[in-house]
Design a protein around this ligand. Structure first.
Ligand SMILES: NC(=O)c1ccc[n+]([C@@H]2O[C@H](COP(=O)([O-])OP(=O)(O)OC[C@H]3O[C@@H](n4cnc5c(N)ncnc54)[C@H](O)[C@@H]3O)[C@@H](O)[C@H]2O)c1
Length: 445
């Protein structure tokens, strides 16, 4: 029986693990399996990534090259673009992107392509797990029929489950092994075996009754964040209108030991999850005649934040009798969040674009990001790429305004406050000490 066979292979760590897509999610996952003694094959369409993995060099901030190299040197891990090798795997885990189309509808093409490769090369006896974030119903409505079309039977020839990834890039406290894993199969056997598999590498596994529950749980989590960040952003605007310090208010509110969880305002939301995932849920809900108003409202508020930041900078420059047009503006931090290099959906892109459209001379410093490119299709200002500038005294003092978009740790904010004439802090990056002793005028979100 497939269940017994896989149980034995997994418990003896003889099951060979295949991971499709070696990005922020897939690479840490496959390395975790290998470090726990499993042999694994990574499947990628990007040859530069397979080459890097096979050379033992990590391109993901949370994966130490030392660990990756150990897996490769021990013969536990190999990466390939040859999908026929899927047949060698006992378990196949899909970690491909789930972006949005320009219309904000789910773009399922990556899941369909990965599913198609599995369909082509699968053999009886495999457990297939989807980890990509997606709308409830994807696993049983899209993947299951693809595999059944091949003539394979669920619970006899294959098992199928969904287990959402919760990795938080750049968070040293929570990594793959200590983030509880929700697992929902399309059949009880699928749930049991997938849960058992993750139990080998993760401290806590939480099985649920179906793949749909697991899919919905992930979207609930990220929609919760998007909505609460939306509220924090609205509160920041409200506090500014009332002349109250937003950060002092939220810090005070957060002293309540129950019934309150602090979320913080910022220049907008970014990354591959929070700006995208709620749309997967509202899209699916619309198909069932349900209009999710909180999601729409949060998106509306969050998407206005880059323009709000530009407005703050513009008003502050105006106070100095300067126009945005012709001003030199230094953006500090362009990645979408602290201490990582991920530029996907970063609000800094919109802020730079809006400032350039208004005629500003914009440059940036980000120790994690050497180059920023702009998608012509979405750009209203100059679409020329920008390159990281060294944070020299001249760079700071020659700028008319510094905007802190991302509060990376390894930036000398003290020097910035001593040399710049004006700093717009969208992240509460400047401590009260720095603010009190600053020569720069400071404007906070
Ligand atoms: N980044 C995060 O923090 C995070 C957290 C939780 C969940 N997720 C979800 O996990 C999924 C993957 O996200 P990610 O951040 O790892 O994306 P990513 O872009 O970093 O990685 C995806 C990888 O898949 C590869 N790929 C694309 N099509 C492929 C195919 N057909 N076959 C093999 N490889 C293919 C790409 O080249 C890329 O390397 C998404 O659904 C995302 O929403 C991401």
């Amino acid at each position: 029986m497939i269940k017994d066979d896989l149980q034995l292979l997994i418990s003896e760590r003889r099951a060979r693990i295949g991971v499709i897509g070696l990005g922020y999610v897939g690479l840490p996952l496959i390395v975790e399996f290998c470090l726990k003694g499993f042999n694994a094959i990574g499947f990628e369409v990007d040859e530069t990534k397979t080459a890097e993995v096979n050379a033992g060099r990590s391109y993901i901030v949370d994966v130490a090259s030392e660990n990756l190299k150990k897996c490769v040197d021990d013969g536990k891990l190999t990466a390939t673009t040859d999908f026929s090798r899927l047949a060698e795997c006992d378990v196949i885990i899909i970690c491909v992107p789930t972006p949005l189309r320009k219309t904000k509808d789910p773009d399922m093409s990556y899941i369909l392509t990965a599913g198609g490769e599995i369909q082509r090369y699968m053999r009886p006896g495999q457990l297939i797990i989807l980890e990509s974030t997606t709308y409830p119903g994807t696993t049983d409505e899209i993947l299951q029929p693809m595999f059944e079309e091949k003539g394979f039977k669920l619970d006899v020839d294959f098992l199928l489950a969904f287990s959402p990834e919760r990795v938080d890039p750049g968070n040293p406290q929570f990594q793959t092994h200590n983030i509880p894993k929700v697992v929902g199969g399309v059949s009880p056997d699928s749930t049991d075996i997938a849960a058992m598999l993750y139990g080998q590498i993760v401290d806590n596994v939480f099985p649920v009754s179906s793949a749909r529950v697991a899919e919905a749980a992930k979207l609930w989590e990220n929609t919760f964040r998007a909505i609460n960040i939306g509220m924090a952003n609205e509160m920041a605007k409200l506090c500014n209108a009332l002349g109250i310090d937003t950060w002092e208010v939220v810090t005070a509110a957060a002293t309540k030991p129950f019934g309150f969880m602090p979320f913080y305002p910022g220049p907008g939301i970014g990354g591959h999850c929070i700006p995208l995932d709620p749309h997967y849920l509202s899209w699916k809900a619309r198909q069932h005649g349900f209009d999710s108003q909180f999601i729409s409202l949060a998106e509306q508020v969050n998407s206005t934040m880059p323009a709000y930041v530009v407005e703050l900078a513009s008003t502050a420059l105006n106070d100095d009798k300067k126009a945005v047009n012709g001003s030199k503006i230094l953006i500090l931090g362009v990645a979408y969040k602290k201490d990582i290099d991920d530029m996907r959906e970063s609000p800094a892109l919109s802020i730079i674009d809006l400032l350039r459209a208004d005629g500003a001379d914009v440059f940036y410093h980000d120790p994690f990001v050497p180059k920023v490119t702009f998608d012509h299709a979405y750009t209203i200002g100059d679409a020329e790429p920008l390159y990281n500038k060294e944070l020299s005294d001249d760079l700071i003092s020659n700028s008319d305004c510094v905007i802190i978009c991302t509060e990376h740790s390894n930036v000398d904010y003290d020097r910035v406050c001593k040399l710049a004439p004006l700093v717009v802090d969208t992240r509460n990056a400047l401590s009260s000490d720095l603010r009190d002793n600053s020569r720069a005028r400071i404007v906070r979100l």
